[in-house]
Design a protein around this ligand. Structure first.
Ligand code: FRU
Length: 494
C-alpha cells in the first residue's frame, strides 16, 4: 500500500518532469523537477547501480524531505524511477533525511535513513528528534519496517545529541551489517558513531570511529567510511567550519580523513586530513563499491550557502557531481571522472605546443558539453609568465574564468560574471602542485556545471554556472608566454 503522500509525489513527478526534461543537464543527476540535496542510497543492486537523493519535488527550495530515485548501468546514463519514500510515518513525519543502501543476502534492497520528528516546546521552539530507520524493497517499491526506528535516541552514547544524530551509511562485511552515523558530541562538535547488527534491526553501539574535538567545524554530517588502496578513509561534511588556510573554506565544508583503521578499538588513526573538493559547490558525498572493485563517489554539486542561487523560472535546483573513481596516492585522495564517460566522447579537437601570449582562441575549442584537457607550461624558461587564464561559457556578457599564477601556485576560479543574479560567494582560490613545471587541467562541462580535475585527479573543484547556453565560447589569456596542449572532446549523450 502506497501512502497518500508518496502517491501525490509520484503523480506530481509523472505530470511535470516531461516539461522540464529539455532544461536539465545531460549526464548529471537532477530531481527532474523541484529541489534536491544530498545523494542517498548510492549502491550496487542486482546488476545496476541505484542512487536516491534528498528531494522536495514541489518547489526549488528545501521542504519536507522525500527520497527521489534513479538508476544506471554505467554512471552516465540514468533512468528515473518513481519517488521511493515520503515523510508519511509518525517517526519521519518531518523528513526522510539522508541515508544509504545495501543489497541484502536474500536479494532485497535495504534502505537505512534518518527519520525526523519535530516537537514544539512550550517556549514555541521546535525540537527535532532524529532516529535511524529502515525500509526494504525490490529496486522500485520500498516498505518501511513496522518496528521502526531501529536505532533510537537512547542508543546514542556518552551524552551525544539526540537532535543531531543522522545520515547512516550502511555496509556489510563478513555477514555483519555496520553503519556509521553523524552525531554532535558532548563537546558540541562532530563525532562519527559506529554501530553493528546481525539482522539490520537490532543494533549495538561499537565505538566513536573518529571525533572532531572542535578542530574541523561542528556537527559532522553525512559520514562515509571505507578502505581504499592500503588505507582507510572517512569522508564527512562539517557544518560551521572556520576557514583553515586555503584548504578548508568556511561554512558547510567537506573533509577527507585518511589513516589506518585500528580494528581492536574500532578507531581511525589519522595520517592526513584534506579537503575532498576545492570548488564552491560540493557537499555530502557518498561512495559505493562497484562490482569491479572501484570505489566510486558522487556528491551534491551545490552547497547550502550557494543554494539560493538560480535563474528566474528555473524549475529544478540541485544536481550531483559526475561519479568519480577514488584512489590514494602518496597519502592523498585522488579522484577522476568514471572511465565510462569516455564512451560518450565524439569529435576530437587537439593542439600541441600552442604559444599563448596575450589573448587567443583556438578553432574548434568551444562548447558546453565537453571533456577537455589542457596542459600548461612556461613558453620561456627565463622569463616566467605572471598568469594564465581560461575563460569558459563565454559570450559578450558572461564568462567563468580559471586562472593559474605560477609565482604562488594558486588557482582561482571566478564565476562572478557567469550570469547568476545573486551576490553570493563566486570565487575560490586553492593551491595546486605543478609537476615538472606543468599543470594539467581536465574540465568537464555539462550545461550548468564546470568540474575541474587537476594533475590527473590530485585535486577536484566543482562549480555550478547558470550561464545562458549560447555562451559557449572559450578563450585563453596570458600575461607572459605560455605553451599549451589541448585535447577536447564533445560529449554526446542522447
Ligand atoms: C546535509 C543534510 C543532512 C540531512 C539532510 C536533510 O546536507 O543536512 O545532514 O540528513 O541534509 O535534507
Amino acid at each position: 500500500m502506497i501512502s497518500k503522500k508518496l502517491q501525490r509525489a509520484r503523480d506530481f513527478e509523472k505530470k511535470y518532469i516531461p516539461y522540464v526534461e529539455e532544461e536539465l543537464p545531460k549526464f548529471h543527476v537532477t530531481g527532474g523537477i523541484g529541489w534536491i540535496n544530498d545523494p542517498n542510497g548510492f549502491s550496487a543492486y542486482k546488476d545496476e547501480y541505484h542512487l536516491f537523493y534528498q528531494y522536495y519535488p514541489y518547489d526549488v527550495k528545501w521542504g519536507p524531505m522525500h527520497w527521489g530515485h534513479v538508476k544506471t548501468k554505467d554512471f552516465i546514463k540514468w533512468e528515473r524511477i518513481p519517488v521511493a519514500m515520503a515523510p508519511d510515518q509518525d517517526y519521519d513525519k518531518d523528513g526522510v533525511f539522508s541515508g544509504s543502501a545495501v543489497e541484502m543476502p536474500d536479494g532485497r534492497h535495504l534502505l537505512m535513513y534518518t527519520g525526523v520528528r519535530n516537537v514544539r516546546r512550550r517556549n514555541g521552539k521546535l525540537e527535532s528528534f532524529q532516529t535511524q530507520c529502515i525500509a526494504i524493497g525490490d529496486g522500485v517499491n520500498y516498505k518501511k519496517y513496522d518496528g521502526n526506528p531501529v536505532i533510537r535516541g537512547d542508543q546514542v552514547p556518552d551524552n551525544g545529541s539526540v537532535n543531531d544524530f543522522r545520515d547512516p551509511k550502511i555496509w556489510m562485511e563478513d555477514g555483519i551489517y555496520y553503519a556509521v552515523i553523524g552525531n554532535r558530541a558532548e563537546d558540541d562538535s562532530g563525532t562519527i558513531l559506529l554501530y553493528q547488527s546481525k539482522d539490520a534491526v537490532n543494533w549495538e553501539f561499537v565505538s566513536h570511529l573518529a571525533s572532531c574535538h572542535n578542530q574541523y567545524g561542528k556537527m559532522w554530517e553525512c559520514p562515509d567510511f571505507f578502505s581504499l588502496d592500503d588505507k582507510h578513509v572517512i569522508l564527512t561534511s562539517p557544518q560551521e567550519m572556520k576557514s583553515l588556510g586555503l584548504e578548508f573554506h568556511p561554512g558547510n565544508a567537506n573533509v577527507c580523513l585518511i589513516g589506518t583503521y585500528d580494528r581492536d578499538i574500532h578507531h581511525l588513526m589519522r595520517e592526513n586530513v584534506q579537503a575532498i573538493d576545492y570548488g564552491l559547490d560540493f557537499y555530502a558525498p557518498q561512495t559505493l563499491l562497484a562490482k569491479d572493485g572501484r570505489r566510486i563517489m558522487i556528491g551534491w554539486m551545490q552547497n547550502w550557502e550557494t543554494s539560493g542561487s538560480h535563474l528566474q523560472n528555473q524549475r529544478f535546483l540541485g544536481q550531483m557531481t559526475i561519479p568519480r573513481e577514488l584512489h590514494i596516492k602518496d597519502g592523498r585522495l585522488f579522484q577522476n571522472p568514471v572511465r565510462e564517460l569516455e564512451n560518450y566522447r565524439t569529435i576530437k579537437t587537439a593542439y600541441k605546443n600552442v604559444l599563448i601570449s596575450g589573448e587567443s582562441t583556438l578553432p574548434g575549442i568551444s562548447g558546453r558539453y565537453i571533456d577537455m584537457t589542457i596542459t600548461i607550461r612556461p613558453g620561456n624558461e627565463s622569463v616566467m609568465y605572471k598568469w594564465f587564464k581560461i575563460n569558459v561559457a563565454r559570450d559578450g556578457e558572461c564568462h567563468t574564468s580559471i586562472r593559474f599564477k605560477p609565482e604562488t601556485n594558486l588557482m582561482r576560479v571566478d564565476r562572478t560574471q557567469s550570469g547568476l543574479p545573486c551576490d553570493i560567494v563566486h570565487m575560490r582560490d586553492f593551491p595546486v602542485y605543478p609537476r615538472n613545471g606543468q599543470i594539467k587541467l581536465r574540465l568537464i562541462m555539462d550545461r550548468y556545471s564546470l568540474e575541474i580535475f587537476v594533475n590527473d585527479g590530485e585535486q577536484a573543484a566543482s562549480f555550478v554556472i547558470y550561464t545562458p547556453l549560447d555562451a559557449k565560447y572559450i578563450n585563453f589569456i596570458s600575461d607572459g608566454s605560455v605553451l599549451i596542449d589541448v585535447e577536447k572532446y564533445d560529449l554526446e549523450i542522447d
